[in-house]
Every structure is written in C-alpha cells, then in structure tokens.
Design a binder for this molecule. Structure first.
Ligand SMILES: Cc1ncc(COP(=O)(O)O)c(C=O)c1O
Length: 370
C-alpha cells in the first residue's frame, strides 16, 4: 500500500469513528425546502438589489495592503463605522477571519483572555493563536466573571457574544460592561447575530445600550442578517491601523472584490427598512405555540435562534432528517459543539417565514417525538 493510500485509510478510520458517534458532517442542498436554518434573517441574500456598474471589478486582485484596496472598500468601512457609531472599521473576508485576526493579534504573553464558555469557535481559534493565557467564565454568569476578574493581575480582555449563536440568548451586556470598567478589563463583543436585528435600525445591542465608548472592539458580520459575507472589526482608528499591520488573516489573503464592498454599503442603507417587527412577531408566535406542546423542552431565547433540546445526537439528527422529508430545512446541533445532554434542533426564524409554516413544523416535531 502506498503512503498516500495508507494515510487515506487512516483518515477514513477517523471519519468512521465520527460516524459511529453520530457526528459525521455531510454537505446537503437546501433546495426548495422551507428555510428554518439559515442566518439570512430578512432574506437580504435574495431580495436586496445592488447597483453594480459594468466597470466594477469582480476580483480582489491582491491583499488590501498591496492591490486590493480601493475607494469602495474604504467607503464601505466608513458606512459600517458610522452606522455603528464607532470611530473606524476594518473589513475582513469573513467573521471567522475577523475574529481570528483580532484575537490572535491584540494580546500577547502575560495577557489574559476571559471568555464566556459558549464563545464561538472563531474566537477560540483566535485566542489560541495568540500567546496570551485564557480562561472561561460560566455562560452569562456575572458572579463567575467577577470572581475571575478579581483574581487576575495584568491586562485582561473579556470576550462575549451579544446574542449567542447556538442558544440564541442575550448577554447581560450592560452589567458585563460595568464589571469590565470596574476591573479595568477590555471588552470585546461579537455581534454576529445581533447585526441588523437589534437596536435602532439594526445597529446592534452595543448601540442599543449606548455602550459604544465602553467596548474596546465590536465585530459585526455580514453573512447573517446582512445576507452577504465578510465582517468588520470596529473600534478606534488606532485599532484599525494596528490590525492592518498585525492581523495575519487580514494581511495574508486576497481582499474581497469591490462588488462586495458596494453590496455591503447598499445592504447597510437598506437595514433600517428590514422587517424586524414581522420577525419579532414570529418569534413570539413560535414561543407561544411551542409552549402549548407537552413534553418538549426548548431554550429561553427571544432571538430568531430557537433551540429545541433533544438530548441525543442520533435522535437530533434523526429528527432533522425526518423534517427534511417533510419539506423543512433545519439542522441538528450535536455534542461536542453543544454540551452533552443539550443536543438540539436549531430553529432559525426569518421575517419571510409564516405562522402556517411554524404550525406545520411544530406538528411534525410533535409527531416525531411522539
Ligand atoms: C458568533 C459568531 N461569530 C462569528 C461567526 C463567523 O462568521 P462568518 O460566518 O462570517 O465567518 C459566526 C458564524 O457562525 C458566529 O455565529
């Protein structure tokens, strides 16, 4: 057997192991199924018309530091910074790259990251790549965060999401910002799932609670309610310049094409008109209806992300597959992505879903769970 064949066999064994644990990931098409899964909360990915002239380039052509910079990129960054009431913004190619670039570059040996235990993988990866130490605090637990802040000497950086991607619940942002102030810690907030959804015109929870001056950096992603891809790190001009010089996921990659920067700017112009009210009503409807079903456990979330706890990887996967055959696109979230016993169906609601679709979905879930 050749070395390559040997190694492929080894990889296949690893895959088989995942499969036998119910953890195998496969790629599927959503097709014409009813979307209860994407993060395209307002359908912007399909509905927003962008005004792109024929002269606009469809390629990034180089990194931002070489040939990839252009007026479109800088205008999009100014739009994003102004919209979120921050001094400056720097656009990365995705939220993953923004978090990896930010967290890996801003801290070094001797510094300490303190992150919520449910923090997104992109932030974990960014922290790992830095030379700083890191500890977790219990999810949304102010007492635990305070205890950790008290114990640590030296520079402290606290990382949270404003709306958690798997549980859909909200961080106690005002109280966390106050604790950070009390203990001289720097607060970094990932607003991936709040961008476009919360605050005045969709500017997010940091703006809603007037915390712009209390946070060191905020990450806004464009792959969710904005309906595109890419993300911005916002904060001071110094932070922007620092990231241009140090964030490797910004420096060593081809820039987004000018067409994308134009699209981002256009989507931000349209955000104030997004159907937030319709979506809020659907969230209330979903929660009212699911409460009527006996024996179904679901998470305390008032965001578009609603988790139905199944507490078993195979059963959660089975339910998602069953729903697919009934015309719904919806994904199971398995352990270890979520804690053991918290395996779930992650329902994402959109302004374009209907009450009738929710009724049909809940009926099928009830049928499957018995
Ligand atoms: C909280 C959070 N941060 C960052 C990201 C990464 O964003 P992107 O999909 O743009 O890479 C995600 C997406 O899953 C997320 O949920």
């Amino acid at each position: 057997m050749s070395t390559i064949e040997n190694f492929n066999n080894y990889l296949q064994e690893k895959l088989d192991e995942r499969k036998s644990n119910g953890l195998i990931r496969t790629l599927t098409y959503k097709g014409d199924k009813i979307d209860f899964s994407s993060n395209d909360y307002f359908g912007f990915s399909k509905s927003v018309q962008y005004d792109i002239s024929e002269e606009t380039s469809f390629g990034g052509t180089g990194s931002r530091s070489i040939t990839g910079n252009n007026p479109e990129a800088e205008e999009a960054e100014k739009t994003v910074a102004d919209f979120h009431k921050q001094e400056a913004a720097l656009i990365f190619n995705s939220g993953y790259m923004a978090n990896v670039g930010l967290f890996s570059s801003i801290a070094s040996k001797g510094d300490m990251f303190i992150s919520d235990e449910y923090i997104h993988a992109s932030i974990i990866d960014g922290m790992r790549l830095s030379h700083a130490n890191r500890i977790k605090f219990k999810h949304n637990n102010l007492d635990d965060l305070e205890k950790k802040l008290q114990q640590i000497e030296g520079r402290k950086l606290v990382a949270i999401e404003s709306i958690y991607s798997m549980d859909g619940d909200e961080a106690p942002l005002i109280a966390i910002a106050a604790l950070c102030k009390k203990f001289d810690a720097l607060l970094i907030v990932d607003e991936a799932h709040a961008t476009g959804m919360y605050g005045n015109k969709g500017d997010g929870l940091v703006c809603k609670y007037n915390l712009e001056k209390d946070v060191f950096a905020v990450v806004y992603t464009f792959g969710k309610a904005i309906g595109l891809h890419g993300a911005a790190v916002t904060g001071s001009r110094v932070l922007r310049n620092y990231l241009i010089n140090n964030a490797r996921s910004f420096i060593f990659t081809t820039a987004l094409p000018p067409t994308t920067y134009l699209q981002i700017k256009r989507a931000y112009q349209l955000l104030p008109t997004a159907d937030r009210k319709e979506l809020e009503e659907l969230i209330i409807y979903f929660r009212t209806e699911i409460k009527k079903l006996d024996g179904i456990s679901f998470l305390e979330s008032y965001s578009p992300i609603q988790g139905i706890i199944i507490a078993d990887n195979f059963k959660a996967k089975g339910l998602a597959e069953y729903l697919f055959t009934k015309g719904f696109f919806i994904r199971a979230i398995l352990s270890p992505t979520v804690p053991v016993g918290k395996e779930r169906l992650r329902v994402c609601l959109h302004s374009f879903n209907t009450k009738q679709q929710i009724d049909m979905l809940l009926l099928e879930i009830k049928t499957f769970l018995g």
